[in-house]
Design a protein around this ligand. Structure first.
Ligand code: HEM
Length: 510
């Protein structure tokens, strides 16, 4: 049988599994290190190559997990999976390879690293004395440069703890020093799988196009759109309801990106640019985002109270106002599908919605309403999820087809380091930090008039003074001044997550 040619085979044994398909483990430990002896570090990382979890290993583990869960009828008790992945900053890669190699990456953001200047460029404060400035970060930034990060993940905390101890000793004894550690835990927020403000996270993701490279050539990300003809239009562009298909070149080096105004078509002349060994690798953004949850809910309560004086009948209560800022209810139910109450939609319907045109046809078991909302009357145009993914709606860039080229694979999870230091370990994979993560931060999140004119700033992520959120209410649009900052960066760096082959061959020969 010859391989189908429409979607490329992905080199699943060579791609690190947190990029594709993502670890999805409850506990994840991030061990940041510096290289003090490059020759010793090369040997250690070369040995580690065979321990890194590939995309194939994670896909098979997820499949096995689902089968056990189906058999048991509940989550398995003692899953023994332990996954490791490793990523290097440009600074670290320069030590292990060469300046000439690293300079071949086209992405300027990666080469520069998340410096204080870069952090200010994406909208963080530029004032040194203010919270969130890169000079005060506990990892990354000017004060705490980082060469690499080892990510270890498991649902079994004791297994994970043993591994951290072992690899930490190994790294320290062989050419590296540990400079910072972060422990992510999906149960760190008041509700598992929800972020710290209380909203379900990890729902909407792009789906990478591509097949298993060997027969039977299944799609890497399985397709779950219903089979009948009525769904043909949706099937061409989505892997599952609301989950758009995106060409692998947006997430992995060595593959082609989409044509700029036609997301369905591949452009073989547009591949990410980097050294030859970058193939099957991905650029990884890490941001340590502290969430001031009390501040967030105080602001929401105060604003809801002020609105109720002006609009006694229409003013949203606290929970609804917070949901209007996010674009979903705490359960994850999209506001466009249920504007007045949190109906707790579950299953495929949770991500089956659009803004410009009503999402159709209805899914077989999904009876919740599904309306178009071009003007943002159900879900404000400035709500977080609408700022970072306007879905089918045209933007300041033009046609909606251009939006998928700016998507990211989000792999973050919550953390609680106690003493009021809790938030989100934000991790995202892409092949252009400039065109994807930084584009979202600088061009959409931080701007009042993008992606839609007069849409307002992202209410949870934008920083600084003069920020506004526009709330449609009682046939008017109320301007809400975003006077407080709820999310403050306390660390960050840009990394490259190389192929597994890089560890086994490139770093020893360079
Ligand atoms: C502490 C900071 C953050 C919080 C509390 C937060 C919260 C959320 C929540 C509750 C959702 C809805 C659940 C989902 O669709 O998965 C969401 C979606 C999303 N967020 Fe964030 N987020 C944060 C930071 C970021 C950052 C830094 C970015 C990128 C620059 C980002 C990009 C996205 C994207 C792309 C989506 C999916 C939107 C969609 O496809 O509908 N988020 N976020």
């Amino acid at each position: 049988m010859s391989a189908p040619t429409d979607e490329p085979g992905l080199d699943l044994d060579d791609i690190q599994g947190n990029a594709v398909p993502g670890f999805l483990k409850n506990n994840q430990h991030f061990m940041f290190f510096n290289i003090v002896d490059a020759s010793a570090a090369r040997k250690t990382l070369n040995r580690l190559g065979s321990l890194l979890a590939s995309a194939r290993e994670i896909l098979e583990a997820h499949k096995e997990w689902r089968q056990i869960r189906e058999k048991l009828g509940h989550e398995p008790d003692s899953p023994q999976y332990l996954f490791r992945n490793l990523a290097l900053s440009a600074r670290g890669l320069r030590k292990l390879t060469s300046d000439a190699d690293v300079d071949q990456f086209a992405d300027e953001a990666f080469k520069e690293g998340l410096s204080a200047a870069r952090s200010a460029y994406i909208g963080d404060t530029a004032v040194k004395s203010e919270p969130g400035h890169a000079s005060g970060w506990i990892v990354g930034g000017s004060a705490h440069p980082v060469d690499g990060v080892l990510i270890m993940a498991s649902d079994d905390l004791s297994l994970l703890t043993k591994e951290i101890k072992k690899l930490s000793a190994d790294f320290t004894a062989h050419g590296m020093s540990i400079v910072h550690e972060d422990q992510g835990d999906v149960n760190a927020a008041p509700q598992a799988g929800h972020e710290q403000f209380g909203f379900k996270d990890g729902i909407s993701q792009p789906a990478i196009r591509g097949r298993w490279p060997k027969a039977p050539y299944d799609f890497v990300i399985s397709r779950t759109i219903p089979g009948d003809k009525a769904f043909d239009q949706v099937r061409a562009d989505f892997a599952s309801p609301g989950c758009p298909l995106v060409w692998p070149g947006h997430f992995l080096f060595g593959y082609a990106r989409q044509q700029c105004i036609d997301a369905r078509t591949r452009d073989d002349s547009n591949k990410p640019v980097g050294p030859a060994w970058a193939k099957n690798g991905s650029l990884m953004v890490y941001r340590r985002l502290r969430q001031h949850t009390d501040e967030f809910w105080r602001f929401v309560a105060k604003t809801s109270q002020a609105l109720s004086k002006k609009y006694p009948k229409e003013a949203p209560d606290k929970q609804r106002l917070a949901s209007l800022l996010i674009g979903r209810w705490p359960s994850g139910t999209p506001l466009v599908r249920s504007p007045s109450t949190d109906t707790g939609i579950t299953g495929a319907g949770l991500n089956y919605f659009s803004y410009a045109i009503k999402q159709a046809p209805p899914l077989p078991t999904d009876s919740a309403s599904n309306a178009a909302d071009p003007a943002g009357l159900l879900c404000p145009v400035g709500a977080h999820i609408r700022k970072v993914n306007p879905r089918d709606q045209a933007t300041d860039l033009g046609l909606a087809d251009r939006t998928t080229a700016h998507s990211i694979l989000r792999r973050g999870l919550t953390y609680d380091a106690k003493g009021g230091d809790k938030g989100l370990i934000f991790v995202a994979y892409q092949t252009s930090i400039v065109g994807q993560f930084e584009f979202l931060m600088k061009q959409w999140i931080a701007k009042r008039d993008a992606p839609r004119h007069h849409g307002g700033h992202d209410p949870i992520l934008s920083q600084g003074v003069g920020r506004v959120f526009y709330l449609p209410i009682a046939d008017k649009v109320e301007e809400i001044v975003l006077s407080n900052t709820f999310v403050v960066p306390t660390g960050g760096e840009y990394f490259f997550s190389p192929s597994i082959d890089f560890f086994k061959t490139t770093i020893v020969t360079s």
